[in-house]
Design a protein around this ligand. Structure first.
Ligand code: ADP
Ligand code: GLC
Length: 491
């Protein structure tokens, strides 16, 4: 079974969020399950530098007429043997900023072309006269950036490869003016209400939803949520129409990267099963590093997140004065909306011994916060899966979450019963408003004072197994089912 995994970010080559973690781990887990999975990624400069054993293997020509030839560079994902193809096209990808935006946080103006080429190249590798001998049985695209790939296959009448499309976040849709269509070399006959047209624009996401053989998303709960107006971001109709082909497969955690026993970023490493001393040492080190009061008994709440509306960060800011009354501490690592960044900066300036705001992106600090924290706050308004709750578990840090998407599926609220049966793994609130969040955090703070019960919940957290193996098997089963029902070759 050959699978081409097309993604716009892959850890450790380039990362802005969870999609990179998934793309960096799932293909490896699939390979362990016997699937020949390989990755296709735009050749951003950071990725080209970090990729191992990179060498040019084929030309893609200049399919979108940008005036430069694109090449495929074959390489290996660092830390694994997973084959990666990078699309080497300097005019599109050799930029100083991030994968989607310039250094000032503005979307690149030519993102339609940048990710149009990713989609085009993915589709091209599936054709009989493609540039490589290796041809996939399954093309697995991720998020809007790869959404056009099945549309190209449709336009070319290519049926040899079956297609799977995974939604990591419905809120990002890749909407562009319809005039882009000829530049992307797509025919107007796909521009229709049951095609890639969306309110008089071209939607890359909708193309993925309409033209793929199967659609997956990253938790069962989110698979249901996105068929409703509250979570569907306008695509609920399309998804309800395709409900029979839509499944939720929960993400996993890469315990090679997130393991307190071997974490190179920690000053004190500890085995997950023997966390008490290790966490105390990491907490003291972090308090010193961030200038927080050096108190071992102050509950330390941590946040590692993009700072935006999705993540419910405003709820934390609204409740902060109340939550800090009892001596709790908060350490935030994140970047995003300037209002939220300023909000956390201001809170830290006001109470520097209780609040620390690290605005920016830092892989080492993310690991230190997981190890030092007592609680991880995730009041997300919606959360397709969420990965940091899994990382928190491994580090014996207890998540406090809103009951949505993957958080609802993977965190068990601490109640009298769940504590007695040792199934509680966190604190869950049902309604995303400041009152409900406050009450939930206060329940966590109260339980924290009861050392024995807190240990029970930590023990349950570290015993959770969200490794990729099971989820990779579910993807492998999906690929097998598609191939055996002939969705590709004969479909
Ligand atoms: P999302 O993909 O919606 O951002 P996830 O929980 O799936 O949410 O994944 C977020 C990933 O990004 C995690 O690996 C988390 O550690 C990481 N992350 C988020 N913000 C930062 C940051 N400011 N610095 C370092 N890592 C971050
Ligand atoms: C998205 C979602 C997040 C999910 C990640 C990986 O960024 O916001 O919930 O965990 O993708 O699937």
């Amino acid at each position: 079974m050959r699978v081409l995994f097309a993604s716009s970010e892959v850890f450790p080559l380039v990362k802005t969020g969870g999609l990179a973690d998934v793309s960096g781990a799932l293909p490896g887990a699939l390979r362990e399950a016997g699937v020949d999975a390989r990755i296709l990624l735009p050749g951003y400069p950071a990725a080209m530098e970090k990729a191992r054993k990179a060498k040019r293997v084929a030309s893609l020509g200049d399919p979108l007429g940008i005036g430069a030839e694109a090449h495929l560079v074959a390489a290996e994902l660092p830390g694994s043997r997973v084959p990666v193809w990078l699309i080497d096209c300097a005019p599109l990808y050799d930029r100083a900023g991030g994968p989607y935006q310039d250094a000032a946080g503005r979307d690149y103006e030519d993102n339609a072309r940048r990710f149009g080429l990713l989609s085009w190249a993915a589709a091209r590798l599936c054709t009989r006269d493609g540039p490589l001998k290796w041809r996939p049985d399954i093309l697995h695209g991720n998020d809007w950036q790869a959404g056009l790939a099945p549309a190209y296959l449709r336009a070319w009448g290519e049926k040899a490869t079956a297609t799977v499309f995974t939604i990591h976040n419905m809120a990002y849709q890749g909407l562009f003016p319809k005039e882009i269509l000829p530049e992307l070399k797509l025919p107007w006959n796909l521009y229709r209400i049951d095609g890639l047209e969306y309110y008089d624009s071209v939607s890359f996401l909708k193309a993925g939803l309409v033209y793929s053989d199967r659609i997956t998303t990253v938790s069962r709960r989110y698979a249901k949520e996105i068929q409703t107006a509250a979570f569907g971001c306008g695509m609920e109709g399309v998804l309800a129409h395709r409900a029979a082909d839509l499944v939720g497969i929960v993400n996993g955690a890469d315990y090679g990267v997130w393991n307190p026993g071997e974490d190179p970023h920690l000053s004190h490493r500890y085995a997950p099963g023997a966390y008490a001393e290790g966490k105390a040492a990491n907490k003291a080190a972090l308090q010193a590093e961030l200038g927080l009061a050096p108190s071992p008994d102050a509950p330390l709440m941590v946040v590692v997140s993009r700072l935006n509306e999705q993540k419910g960060m405003d709820l934390i800011l609204s409740d902060l004065p109340i939550l800090l009354r009892g001596g709790a501490q908060l350490a935030v690592l994140g970047a995003g909306d300037h209002m939220l960044e300023d909000g956390f900066r201001t809170a830290a300036a006001k109470s520097p011994r209780q609040v620390a705001a690290s605005i920016g992106y830092s892989e080492p600090l993310a690991h230190k916060l997981m190890a030092a924290g007592d609680m991880l706050l995730m009041p997300s308004r919606f959360e397709p899966c969420g990965l940091t709750q899994f990382y928190a578990y491994r580090y014996a840090t207890v998540p406090v979450v809103h009951a949505t998407g993957g958080l609802a599926d993977t965190v068990v609220d601490a109640t009298y019963d769940s504590l007695m049966t040792q199934t509680a793994t966190g604190f869950v609130f049902e309604h995303a408003n400041p009152g409900a969040f406050q009450w939930c955090v206060e329940r966590a703070l109260a339980l924290f004072r009861n050392k024995e019960e807190w240990r029970t919940i930590q023990d349950t957290c570290v015993a959770q197994d969200f490794s990729w193996r099971r989820s990779a098997e579910r993807y492998a089963n999906l690929y097998n089912a598609l191939v055996s029902e002939g969705a590709g070759e004969n479909g």
